[in-house]
Write a protein that binds this ligand. Structure first.
Ligand code: UFG
Length: 325
């Protein structure tokens, strides 16, 4: 159904966006990428897509990128919890104001569907897992607040919008051609690989005294390609006349930090680690109920933690210094 569809992908040079662009081009879509390259990487953009270097807050760039668009996938955002606490205004500006600019242009262009990259961080700290979409959204940091506000902007728009609330995105293109390249890197799996390969001394476990089965935090890790599959299904549903909705994208299975260390240990080699202090703002457990996405989108993740680590390792092995290397 996406063959020939004209899709605007913001943030298509970023981690999840670049994987989406590759898959959408494979499906025959006509893809335009709008990316400021602030955190994105030019080499990550599939050669079949047209790249416009520009910001979602720049009406001229957005107008140019929106010409003829059937649908928008909006990945471009700031997405670091710690940074959002230090610089909350930037998160409002980029994530909320940026979404508003895009939505206005999308309405003017008459797009038929809009998919927003949202986050489990919109639920807040004290939500019992597994988390369903009906849980109240009480974000506990400016990043989560900004994404909840972006959802509200789109809920009021003239086109159907789907909010995909990612849990912990991880993994890479299995052939190692695309992957995660953040500066600074803060995510657990790439940090474990860097520690296992000697690129950093050790991994600090942020708290080993939580009220969880092994004392370390539990998260729901989802392969980036499974996330992309959900975008395709959400787009197809809306382009076929279906409503927008909110979906949690997680596997429903929680993994502790120690389990991730063990998985990286099996695939890559032992991960030197030390138990450290808790990281402020970390909830002990964030696991999705993936029931609604399964029921309404027909989506369930097919790649487990071993596959996630294997693919992240394939990327790291071929690009030890990221896209620059
Ligand atoms: N962790 C460590 N040591 C590290 C890094 C991480 O122990 O050096 C732990 C964290 O405490 C956490 C787990 O590994 O328990 C995963 O941490 P990440 O930083 O990889 O991911 P987060 O769960 O903090 O955040 C991710 C996304 C956010 C999103 C959130 C919502 O990066 O954007 O999931 O689920 F908001």
């Amino acid at each position: 159904m996406l063959r020939g569809a004209r899709l605007l992908v913001t943030g298509g040079a970023g981690y999840i966006g670049s994987h989406a662009v590759r898959v959408l081009c494979d499906l025959g879509a006509d893809v335009v990428v709008l990316d400021s390259l602030y955190t994105g990487h030019r080499p990550a953009v599939d050669g079949r897509a047209r790249l416009i270097v520009g910001d979602v807050r720049d009406p001229a760039a957005v107008t140019e990128a929106m010409v003829g668009a059937d649908a928008v996938l909006h990945f471009a955002a700031l997405a670091l919890v710690g940074e959002s606490v230090r610089e909350p205004e930037r998160y409002v500006d980029v994530n909320v104001h940026g979404t508003r600019c895009l939505a206005q242009e999308a309405e003017a262009a008459g797009v038929k569907a809009f998919v927003l990259s949202s986050t489990a961080a919109t639920y807040g700290e004290d939500v019992p897992s597994p988390i369903t979409e009906d849980q109240p959204q009480r974000p506990c940091n400016p990043y989560g607040e900004s994404k909840a506000a972006a959802e509200a902007v789109l809920a009021a728009a003239a086109f159907p919008a789907t909010f995909l609330r990612y849990f912990n995105a991880a993994g890479a293109m299995p052939d190692g051609s695309l992957g995660e390249d953040h500066t600074p890197e803060t995510h657990l799996i790439p940090l474990c690989i860097q520690a296992a390969t000697g690129q950093r001394d050790q991994l600090t476990v942020f708290g080993a005294d939580w009220d969880t089965p092994d004392g370390t935090c539990v998260r729901d890790y989802v392969h980036v390609l499974d996330l992309v599959d959900a975008h395709v299904l959400a787009l197809e549903r809306m382009l076929a006349g279906g409503d927008g909705a909110a979906f949690n994208l997680g596997s429903g299975v929680g993994r502790s930090v120690r389990q991730v260390l063990d998985a990286v240990g099996s695939e890559v080699g032992p991960v030197p680690s030390v138990d450290g202090a808790r990281r402020p703002g970390d909830p002990p457990m964030l696991v999705a109920s993936a029931e609604r996405a399964r029921r309404e989108l027909g989506w369930s993740p097919t790649r487990d933690l071993a596959a996630i680590v294997r693919d992240a390792w394939a990327w790291h092995r071929s690009h030890p210094a990221g896209y620059a290397g």
